[in-house]
Design a protein around this ligand. Structure first.
Ligand code: NAD
Ligand code: UGA
Length: 481
C-alpha cells in the first residue's frame, strides 16, 4: 500500500487529501498539522472549514484510508509521498516585506522531512511558491539527507474555495513538474498514477519544475487581471450610463475571451490572488524586470481603487457623512459558500466606513462574531498566519461594530445596507420588510450585483449597483475616488 502524508491541514491540504483518499482506496492518506485544534476539528463532525460536499467525502473515508493527526514526524517518516501544503503568506517584515512570499512554514516543513526520513521519498510542493523554490527545498533536503534520496515535484493546486470538491473531482488540469532526469521522470509517473485513478490522462500535464511553479502564479494573475479589467470598466460604465453586465456579456460572447470570471464586484479577495500577484511583482523586480512588475502591480491598484471607490460612493450618497449612522453589512466572507475571510474586500470597506465613524452591523451566514472582530483590528497580511490567530477578548473588539445572526436584525433601523458577499440568501430577502424597518431615505449599495435594483427602487430604496446606470440621487452626489 502506498502511503501519502500531507503536511498542512488547511483549505487545500484537507479537501485535496480527502478526495485522493476517496478516489484511491488502496492508498493510505494521513493529513498532519502542528495546529492541534485544527486536527481535532478534522476528526470531529464540525470540520474546521466550510466547503460544500466536503463533509460527505470525509465521512466516507475517515478511519478507512484517511486520517488526520498531529503526529507530524511519525507520519512523514512512514510516507512514500509527502505533500507540503503549508501556508505561504506575504512577508510582513524584512527584505521584500509587503510583497515577497514568507517561506518560513515551508522551510520548517522541509527541515522536518529531512530530520525524520529513514527511506527515499517523493516530496510534492502543493503550496503556491515563488519560482525556483524547489531548488531551495532540494538544497535543504540533500544537505540534511543522511544518504536518503528525495525527488522534488511541483504539483500546484487550482481549486477555488466554495467549489473545491467539484474542482477536485473534475479538474481542468492537474499539473506536475519535475526534474528532467530519469529519477525525476520516475517520480512524475508515480504521482501521475495517483491522479490517474480518476483524472483522464489528457488532463494530467507534465512539465519541468520551473514551468509548473510559474504556471500557478501566472494562472492566478491572469484570473485576477480579468476581474480588475471588468472592475475598471465598471467605473467607466457608471460614468457613461453603460451597464457592466451587458458589456461583460457582449465581451464574453467572443469565444477567444469566454464568459467566465467577468463579474464586476467590490473587489477580489481571498488568501491567494492578492498575495500571489504581489509575489509575482516581487519576482519580476528581483529578476530586473521593473516594467513587467509595474504591469502586474496595476491589477492590485485597480482592486484597491474599486474598494475605496465603493466606500466613497456610500459616504458621498449619504450627504457626505456616515458618522454615527448605522450601516448594515451583508456578507463578510471573500466569496459565497466559504467562511474564509482572508483578504476579503469587506475588511477594507468596513475599515473605510469605520474611518468615517459609521456604526456597523454585520451579518454573514458562515463567519462568526469573534472572527469578524479579530479581522477588523488585525494588520494587513497578519490573517494569513492562522496559527497566530487568537480570538480577541471582548474588550479589544471594535466598539462601533455589532455582529448579528440574521440579515433582518442587521438592517433594522439602518440608514444603508452594503452587500459585500454574493450569498444566495441575499437575493431572496424580504426587502419590503427591510425597507419598512430602516431609516429614510433608505439606501442599498450592492457590491456584488445580486439584488434586482428595479424592484428595490419600486419599494422606495435608493440603489447603487456596481457598474450600473446611476439613480438620479447618486448622479447628484458624485463620489470622489
Ligand atoms: P491554510 O493556512 O489554510 O493551511 C496551512 C496549514 O499548514 C495550517 O493549518 C498550518 O498550521 C499548517 N502548517 C504550517 N507550517 C507547518 C509545519 N511546519 N508543519 C505542519 N503544519 C504546518 O492554507 P491553505 O489555504 O490551505 O493554503 C496552502 C497553500 O496552498 C498556500 O500556498 C496557498 O497559496 C495554496 N493554495 C490555496 C488555495 C485556497 O483555495 N486556499 C488554492 C490553491 C492553492
Ligand atoms: C482562486 C482561483 O480561482 C483558483 O483557481 C486558485 O487555485 C485559488 O485562487 C488559489 O490559488 O488559492 P479562490 O480565491 O478560492 O480561487 O476563489 P475565486 O472564485 O477565484 O474568487 C476570488 C475572488 O475574486 C473572490 O473575492 C471573488 O468574489 C472575486 N471574483 C471572482 C469577482 O469579483 N468576479 C468574478 O467574476 C470572479
Amino acid at each position: 500500500m502506498v502511503k501519502i502524508c500531507c503536511i498542512g491541514a488547511g483549505y487545500v491540504g484537507g479537501p485535496t487529501m480527502a478526495v485522493i483518499a476517496l478516489k484511491c482506496p488502496s492508498i493510505e492518506v494521513v493529513v498532519v498539522d502542528i495546529w492541534e485544534p485544527r486536527i481535532a476539528a478534522w476528526n470531529s463532525d464540525q470540520l474546521p472549514i466550510y466547503e460544500p460536499g466536503l463533509y460527505d467525502v470525509v465521512k466516507e473515508c475517515r478511519g478507512r484510508n484517511l486520517f488526520f493527526s498531529k503526529d507530524v514526524e511519525k507520519h512523514v517518516a512512514e510516507a512514500d509521498i509527502v505533500f507540503v501544503s503549508v501556508n505561504t503568506p506575504t512577508k510582513t517584515q524584512g527584505l521584500g516585506a509587503g510583497k515577497a512570499a514568507d517561506l518560513t512554514y515551508w522551510e520548517s516543513a522541509a527541515r522536518t522531512i529531512a530530520d525524520v526520513s529513514k527511506s527515499d521519498k517523493i516530496v510534492v510542493e502543493k503550496s503556491t511558491v515563488p519560482v525556483k523554490t524547489a531548488e531551495a527545498i532540494e538544497k535543504i533536503l540533500t544537505h540534511n539527507s543522511k544518504g536518503i534520496k528525495f525527488q522534488i515535484l511541483s504539483n500546484p493546486e487550482f481549486l477555488a474555495e466554495g467549489t473545491a470538491i467539484e474542482d477536485l473531482f473534475q479538474p481542468d488540469r492537474v499539473l506536475i513538474g519535475g526534474r528532467e532526469t530519469p529519477e525525476g521522470q520516475k517520480a512524475i509517473q508515480a504521482l501521475k498514477s495517483v491522479y490517474a485513478h480518476w483524472v483522464p490522462e489528457d488532463r494530467i500535464l507534465t512539465t519541468n519544475l520551473w514551468s509548473a511553479e510559474l504556471s500557478k502564479l501566472a494562472a492566478n494573475a491572469f484570473l485576477a487581471q480579468r476581474i480588475s479589467s471588468v472592475n475598471a470598466m465598471s467605473a467607466l460604465c457608471e460614468a457613461t450610463g453603460a451597464d457592466v453586465a451587458e458589456v461583460s456579456y457582449a465581451v464574453g460572447k467572443d469565444s477567444r475571451i469566454g464568459p467566465k470570471f467577468l463579474n464586476a464586484s467590490v473587489g477580489f479577495g481571498g488568501f491567494c490572488f492578492p498575495k500571489d500577484i504581489l509575489n509575482l511583482v516581487y519576482i519580476c523586480e528581483c529578476n530586473g524586470l521593473p516594467e513587467v512588475a509595474e504591469y502586474w502591480k496595476q491589477v492590485i491598484k485597480i482592486n484597491d481603487y474599486q474598494k475605496s471607490r465603493f466606500v466613497n460612493r456610500v459616504v458621498s450618497s449619504m450627504f457626505n457623512t456616515v458618522s454615527q449612522k448605522k450601516i448594515a453589512i451583508l456578507g463578510f466572507a471573500f466569496k459565497k459558500d466559504t467562511g474564509d475571510t482572508r483578504e476579503t474586500p469587506a475588511i477594507d470597506v468596513c475599515q473605510g466606513l469605520l474611518g468615517d465613524k459609521a456604526l456597523l452591523s454585520i451579518y454573514d451566514p458562515q463567519v462568526q462574531k469573534e472572527h469578524i472582530q479579530r479581522d477588523l483590528i488585525m494588520k494587513k497580511f497578519d490573517w494569513d498566519h492562522p496559527l497566530h490567530l487568537q480570538p480577541k477578548s471582548a474588550s479589544s473588539a471594535v466598539e462601533q461594530v455589532t455582529v448579528t445572526s440574521d440579515a433582518y436584525e442587521a438592517t433594522k433601523e439602518a440608514h444603508g445596507v452594503c452587500i459585500l458577499t454574493e450569498w444566495d440568501e441575499f437575493k431572496t430577502l424580504d426587502y419590503k420588510k427591510i425597507y419598512d424597518n430602516m431609516q429614510k431615505p433608505a439606501f442599498v449599495f450592492d457590491g456584488r450585483n445580486v439584488v434586482n435594483a428595479d424592484k428595490l427602487r419600486e419599494i422606495g430604496f435608493i440603489v447603487y449597483s456596481i457598474g450600473k446606470p446611476l439613480d438620479a440621487w447618486l448622479k447628484d452626489m458624485p463620489a470622489i475616488a
